[in-house]
Write a protein that binds this ligand. Structure first.
Ligand SMILES: [Zn+2]
Ligand SMILES: [Zn+2]
Length: 381
């Protein structure tokens, strides 16, 4: 194994400088490694492509694309940036519908998201939007197995099958598709602001005597204002393969600071999921989300003790997007008729999982508690 430095320009084509094989990203070494001869090429060298300064300046070479232009012209930014020698194959799972992309290397025989063996070749469509940048795997397989072991240890009533699934071949590293959106929002709001005040009121009590009491009243005053807000890298998942609620639990992914420009050697040998939430759908989800957040921000601006009839008019300018890939370690297994997943954030190590409950274990635990209670009662007498 030799660690050598090669001219950056030669790496644009990503062959191994020793044997000419295709380099692959290695999470444990945080470098590109040749799977044939073991040569290690440091990543700073590898991502230094002519015209774009790597590592420190990696953020600078990551371009935000104009959203309106892309929606108007569906042909922009399409086609994966693969090399002529790179074979890209797509398969679709007939059970969960997830589409997996394999750049070079092996194609899985089972769906990595649900474990189903019924996968068929998927026509790789040239109009798919290219991932422009990604977070490369940082959590290595060894680190991930260790945190899985700990996570499993904290699941008291999980069946043993989960443990074996978590530690064996149902475990895969996958790159999931995400959209990120930026936008500058200016909003004007109008509302009625309510100010509380108190009045004395007289009334007759049970004995028929006149009493006075304080009553709260509200004076309504029209109010208006405006605010500006910049949304930076709002994330919308493009995945259908992993369960959405789980994915939310292992976010965030540090896309603002740590993205690298996309290059096939990062994904070669890993599975990439092709997005099925397309740009139109994702942009709509993002817009709804921004609108809800802007409304909340405006609500906070309304003066007074209470408010009603809030109306917000927002204009969105400079909407841009990126299509990115993020790394996730995935355990997928079936128990009974259901598919369960455990996810580990391949960058931060955050973990979240679903689990069935083992009724055998729960029954034994309940019996054990009952026996303890009976023993305690017996000892008292
Ligand atoms: Zn080699
Ligand atoms: Zn599937």
């Amino acid at each position: 194994m030799a660690e050598i430095n090669v001219p950056a320009a030669a790496l644009g084509k990503h062959p191994c400088p020793e044997c000419g094989g295709d380099l692959q990203w290695n999470a444990a070494k945080q470098a590109l490694v040749c799977p044939y001869c073991g040569t290690i090429v440091p990543c700073a060298e590898a991502s230094a492509t002519p015209g774009a300064n790597a590592s420190a300046a990696a953020g600078a070479s990551i371009v935000e694309q104009d959203l309106e232009a892309a929606l108007r012209n569906p042909a922009s930014g399409r086609g994966w940036g693969e090399q002529p020698g790179d074979q890209k194959r797509e398969v679709q799972c007939q059970s969960c519908r997830a589409i997996s992309v394999f750049v070079g290397g092996k194609v899985a025989t089972r769906c990595e998201f649900c474990g189903s063996p019924s996968i068929i070749a998927h026509e790789s469509t040239s109009e798919a939007i290219t991932p422009q940048s990604l977070l490369a795997f940082k959590v290595s397989e060894g680190q991930m197995r260790e945190s899985l072991r700990q996570w499993y240890g904290s699941r008291w009533f999980a069946p043993n099958k989960l443990k074996s699934a978590a530690l064996t071949d149902t475990l895969h590293g996958v790159y999931l598709p995400y959209w990120t959106f930026d936008a500058q929002v200016n909003a004007h709001w109008r509302a009625e602001a309510g100010h509380h005040y108190y009045e004395s009121e007289s009334y007759r009590d049970d004995k028929g005597e006149t009493q006075t009491r304080q009553v709260q009243r509200t004076r309504w005053v029209p109010a208006a204002g405006s605010l500006a807000h910049f949304f930076d890298d709002a994330l919308v998942p493009g995945t259908t393969g992993v369960h959405a609620a789980l994915l939310r639990q292992i976010e965030p992914f540090p896309t603002l600071t740590d993205l690298k420009p996309y290059s096939p050697e990062f994904v070669r040998g890993w599975t990439v999921e092709r997005y099925q939430i397309d740009l139109h759908k994702a942009a709509k989800l993002n817009q709804d989300d921004m609108q809800a957040q802007i409304k909340t921000l405006c609500r906070r601006e309304v003066p007074g003790d209470t408010q009603r009839n809030l109306q917000v008019e927002a204009t969105y300018r400079g909407r841009t997007f990126k299509h990115i890939l993020v790394p996730v370690w995935l355990v997928s297994y079936t128990y009974g008729a259901r598919n369960f997943q455990v996810l580990v954030n391949g960058y931060t190590g955050a973990i979240a999982g679903e689990q069935p409950y083992s009724w055998v274990k729960i029954t034994f635990a309940v019996l054990a508690v009952l026996i303890l209670i009976i023993l305690a009662l017996a000892l008292k007498h």
